[in-house]
Ligand binder design. Structure first.
Ligand code: ADP
Ligand code: MG
Length: 720
């Protein structure tokens, strides 16, 4: 007998390695070849137009129609020379993936290929199919995409892609990008002001982002034989393999050749698109890997991350594989994150999170460093909400997962520096000779940091010259959490600046004033700092004592966006209005509900259509066997044992599935979205998922391997 599982495994075993040949041995020969870069513009635009574009990009200024016309025509010629026939406004709607609608360059009325400046600048996609949280039904049914010149135009899948933001007719953001751009502007302004306390030459501060992207890959046939992976992106059932990640041998192991070729292939595509992918390695769990590009301006890095995920999905297909970005595709194994490495860098090239040997810069470093910590402390709930999703709930706060408590790790040396500054207004420098220096005098000494001081269990860790926000989910658009991070830091920096200038106006020395504010910040925000094992039970208890929140699920986390303080904060910096925040919340709650609903349904279907029938088949075999043994007068007690075990699990599984279906009907009647989401979380997910899974997994363990219909963990995870 051959079931879908066996056919899938046969197909997977027959695969050969897809060889990959880069366009050239030298990456520099093809890096960015599919990007309409500044260099490309320089050669194809008039010097005047080129200058205008440069200015628009640097200063975030608008581009006039005439200039747009010239750019559009140059872009069209470039794209056609590379075989493109269509163009699209490329954007990131709140569904979490990228969206595009292709239009042909060909204009039948003229009989020629054209791209007008107006088409470059603005489009009106059929927006009704994108989530809007009720904004467009209350206001106006139209939405527009508007060109964002600060992110370069590129060619992907033979289509010219124009990065855009997506807004409603009345100007509300309908995508991830628009609020991010505003938050980045807010942090630029606030950070520049603080920098000018130290260096008048600073007139712009750029937020930078480097995303480490974790993912799983499995064979396409195995993937397609699992309805749960297809429908929900994660396995809702699956008995843990005898060999999971206990051996920790995957992390340092060599990359399997099929995967290696896949990586090479998507990296080539990414490099052509100007995405500076630099590192690749295995992750802790079997079949889990990571790719990390070099950090870039946060806006470009965000687009690049979304694009990279798309590239990875499409290239996987060529290799008969599926890439899985879900935060927790396999129970019992590590989940996947998207570590957001974030820093602020001045137009003069100074990384504000780089402790340095210059006295002046070190006080500046501390100003930014301490402000960031206080921002996390004061807005932990908002930050938590920014990474909340149905998928990430399985990774944070669930069983066998790190808690959803926000904390900051800074390492022992910086802890010593902050402790000293807090208690005595001094900076302690330990260079072996335990030297102490007073702050407020000219010579503020070096802080020497040991970069090996790492803590992989911290959701928000300082790693030498940047912060790494590790709690972000692998499937999330980075723009959400990065909007919040930049916004809350902007607020702190503004606060710092105003306190310092007030003190200075009252006659205080600048450095003393800064040190005093920092002292106060340090004392206030101390509770958010944690250097220990963030995955331990002790931390959960300790955090509770400290009064830190541990919001375990999305349904309860999202409300943090709608508190009076949050709305105030978003509105004060013009990042989002209350209407936008409410709309977004509605979308995220709906999305959460939809995901849970799909999981619940797929569980029910798989249990009823696949697992119970397979188990009943085996049950019949046992019955025949028990009867036969009895007829022959032989002992059949062991068969009866198995039979009772299998029968028990079948009975439990069908009863629980039936009860869950009934409960869903009740929960679906709840009108308020937030209440419904909470009910879905507690009464469906928490009440039934583990129970149902337990019975199904026990059946997987107890019935004949031949009869089991779904590819098992070991078959999906250890394929070569
Ligand atoms: P790992 O955390 O795996 O040891 P690294 O910390 O070296 O790796 O780098 C992770 C990511 O951090 C990369 O994308 C890298 O480009 C990025 N990164 C390095 N410096 C900065 C910075 N100053 N700002 C933002 N990202 C940075
Ligand atoms: Mg890192």
């Amino acid at each position: 007998m051959s079931n879908q599982r066996q056919r899938a495994l046969e197909a997977a075993l027959r695969r050969t390695t897809e060889r990959v040949f880069p366009p050239s041995e030298k990456i520099s020969d093809y890096f960015g070849q599919d990007v309409f870069s500044l260099d490309q513009m320089k050669t194809s635009l008039s010097p005047d137009t080129y200058k205008k574009v440069q200015h628009a990009i640097a200063k975030g200024k608008k581009i006039d129609v005439e200039t747009a016309n010239e750019i559009a025509s140059a872009v069209k010629i470039w794209a056609m020379s590379k075989g493109c026939t269509h163009y699209t406004h490329w954007f990131q709607p709140l569904t979490g993936t990228t969206a595009e609608k292709h239009d042909s360059f060909f204009d039948a009325s003229k009989g020629l290929e054209v791209l007008k400046g107006s088409a470059l600048i603005q489009q009106e996609p059929d927006a009704s199919s994108f989530p809007n949280g009720g904004i467009r039904s209350t206001f106006e049914a139209r939405g527009y995409t508007a060109w964002d010149p600060s992110s370069p135009i590129f060619i992907w899948a033979r289509t010219l892609c124009i990065p855009t933001v997506f807004v409603s007719y009345t100007g509300e953001a309908l995508d991830y990008k628009a609020p991010l751009l505003k938050a980045v502007e807010a942090v630029d302004k606030a950070a520049t002001k603080v920098c000018q306390l130290f260096d008048r030459n600073v007139n712009k501060v750029n937020a930078s982002l480097g995303c480490e992207q974790e993912y799983f890959v499995v064979d396409k046939a195995a993937f397609n034989a699992r309805p749960d992976l297809i429908m929900s992106g994660r396995t809702v059932f699956g008995y843990n393999p005898a060999r999971g990640q206990q051996l920790d041998d995957h992390y340092f192991g060599s990359i399997p050749s099929r995967v290696y070729n896949y990586m090479k292939d998507f990296e080539i595509e990414a490099l052509k698109l100007g995405i500076p992918v630099m590192t690749r390695h295995n992750e802790v769990a079997p079949s889990q890997f990571e790719v990390a590009p070099l950090f870039e301006d946060i806006n470009v890095a965000t687009d690049h991350n979304s694009l990279l995920m798309d590239v990875m999905k499409r290239v996987a297909d060529r290799h008969e594989m599926k890439v899985i970005f879900h935060e927790k595709p396999f129970a019992g194994l590590n989940g996947s994150g998207k570590h957001n490495n974030w820093s602020l860098i001045t137009n003069t090239g100074v990384n504000l999170f780089q402790p340095s040997s210059s006295a002046r810069e070190n006080l500046q470093f501390l100003a930014f460093f301490v402000s960031t910590i206080r921002a996390i402390y004061k807005n932990a709930d908002l930050l938590r909400a920014s990474i909340a999703s149905a998928g990430n709930d399985h990774r944070l706060g669930a069983n066998e997962a790190p808690p959803a408590i926000m904390s900051v790790f800074i390492g022992s040396e910086l802890t010593a520096v902050l402790d000293e500054l807090e208690s005595s207004g001094n900076i302690k420098v330990d260079k072996g000779d335990n030297m102490y220096m007073k702050l407020g005098i000219d010579k503020i000494p070096e802080i020497i940091l040991d970069n090996t001081d790492r803590n992989r269990t911290s959701p928000f860790a300082f790693t030498g010259n940047k912060f790494e926000f590790r709690a972000v989910g692998s499937d999330q658009n980075t723009a959400g959490p990065m909007t919040v991070l930049n916004l809350i830091v902007a607020e702190q920096l503004r606060d710092l600046h105003s306190k310092v200038t007030q003190a200075m106006e009252a006659g205080e020395d600048k450095k003393v004033a800064i040190a005093k504010v920092l002292k106060q910040y340090i004392a206030e925000s101390k509770d958010i700092r944690f250097e220990g094992d963030g995955y331990s039970d002790e931390w959960v208890q300790e955090a509770e004592k400290r009064g830190l929140s541990n919001v375990k699920n999305t349904a309860r986390a999202l409300g943090a966006f709608l508190t009076k303080d949050s709305v105030n904060l978003f509105e004060k910096f013009g990042v989002m209005s209350e209407v936008e925040l409410e709309a977004r919340n509605e979308i995220r709650l709906e999305n959460y509900l939809m995901k849970l609903q799909i999981e619940a349904r797929v569980m029910g279907e798989m249990a009823l259509n696949q697992i119970i029938p397979a188990a009943t088949g085996y049950q019949n075999k046992l019955i025949q066997n028990a009867k036969g043994l009895k007829e022959l007068g032989l002992d059949n007690s062991h068969v009866l044992d198995s039979l009772s075990r299998v029968s028990g699990h079948i009975a439990a599984l069908s009863a629980d599935v039936a009860a869950m279906i009934e409960e869903r009907k009740q929960v679906n009647k709840i009108e308020d979205t937030e209440e419904r989401a909470i009910a879905y979380c507690d009464r469906i997910k928490e009440a039934f998922f583990d129970k149902i899974r337990y019975s199904a997994d026990q059946l997987e363990l107890n019935i004949d391997d031949e009869d089991w219909p779904l590819p098992k963990y070991r078959e999906m995870l250890f394929l070569r």
